[in-house]
Design a protein around this ligand. Structure first.
Ligand code: MEV
Length: 322
């Protein structure tokens, strides 16, 4: 029996991280590194997955044992999602899942959200179940919560809708920001950060100092709203300033790091309009808004400061069938 293939993009947080976990808006753009997932029926009571790019070969489990013992990281989201799917739409036979990733091995831009969305899109189509974007979001977000317990779902929304979106969790608002280009440089610190750990750090700060932290979140939300407008009007200098302010609040939240601060400083010194961390913090990536004339200089400065410049196209297309 022939299968169905779907793909979904990675994502890059622009502004609003952490505050978005508490119901505030964020801005996120999809990146053109995609994961392709093929799903076919196998006629057996077994879930089988091959994801060589994610370090997983010939993994199999009987359907009744799905997601009972913690699955390995590469299969976690897919396995939980499949279990949720079967609870809602029971099937007699299992599936074969194969993935192909275009993500760089150094830094993934959110491979778990991309793999979840591409899998859910291919799987539902295989069984001729038509889900709109909101329903697809619900299925995938549920699986993320099953696995991580925390998260705003912004990465799932980005993988589904693509482009650049203004997002209020959990997909209460998903609004496309009408831009053709996004003049950003992306620098990777070389340090992998663990998002759930950072979310929990902020949670404990929030529990200790609720009023102060809520105040910071409100400030972040204000910056996100202004940034949406600035982007729509192509006022990149203004976007840079707003990112700098967002970065100051993220430093107060203690999620920035020595390396991120160093790369941000280098970018701004080399002429960027502004720079900030992107994502949970603690490492991973920073972004800088640049004019074309200074792009090369900013990239060089980031490299000299110890970062790796990630060549990615932004504002990429959302999930699609292949
Ligand atoms: C992580 O990339 C962004 C956070 O806001 C977490 C989330 O929104 O799920 C820290």
């Amino acid at each position: 029996m022939s299968g169905v293939t779907a793909s979904a993009p990675g994502k890059l947080m622009l502004l609003g991280e952490h505050a978005v976990v508490y119901g505030h808006p964020c801005l996120v753009t999809a990146v053109n590194q995609r994961i392709h997932v093929t799903v076919e029926k196998n006629g057996k009571d077994v879930f089988y997955m091959e994801a060589p790019d994610l370090g997983l070969n010939a993994y199999s489990k009987t359907i009744e044992n799905l997601a009972i013992k913690a699955p390995p990281p590469a299969v976690r989201f897919v396995e939980h999602l499949y279990k949720r799917f079967l609870q809602r739409w029971p099937q007699r036979e299992g599936i074969i899942v194969k993935t192909k990733s275009e993500f760089s091995s150094a830094f993934g831009f959110g491979s778990s959200s991309a793999v979840s969305v591409a899998f859910a899109k291919a799987l539902t189509s295989l069984y001729e179940i038509n889900l709109n974007n909101d329903e697809l979001f619900e299925l995938c977000y549920q699986a993320v919560l099953d696995v991580q317990g925390v998260g705003s779902g912004f990465d799932i929304a980005s993988a589904i809708w693509g482009g650049t979106i203004y997002y209020v969790p959990p997909a209460q608002v998903v609004r496309r920001v009408a831009i053709e280009e996004l003049p950003l440089v992306v620098g990777y610190t070389g340090i992998k950060a663990d998002t759930p750990t950072l979310i929990r750090m902020v949670q404990s700060l929030h529990a200790d100092e609720p009023e102060m932290v809520e105040g910071w979140f409100t400030q972040i939300a204000g910056l996100v709203n202004k940034a949406e407008k600035a982007m729509g009007e192509k006022r990149w200098d203004e976007l840079g300033k707003l990112m700098m302010k967002n970065q100051s609040v993220l430093r107060e939240l203690q999620v920035s790091s020595v390396e991120l601060n160093r790369l941000n400083r280098a970018a701004v010194k080399a002429g960027a309009y502004g720079a900030k961390l992107s994502g949970a913090g603690g490492g991973d990536c920073m972004i800088a808004v640049v004019q074309t004339e200074v792009r090369a200089k900013v990239e060089k400065a980031i490299e000299i400061a110890g970062g790796e410049v990630m060549k990615v196209e932004l504002n990429a297309e959302g999930a699609r069938y292949e």
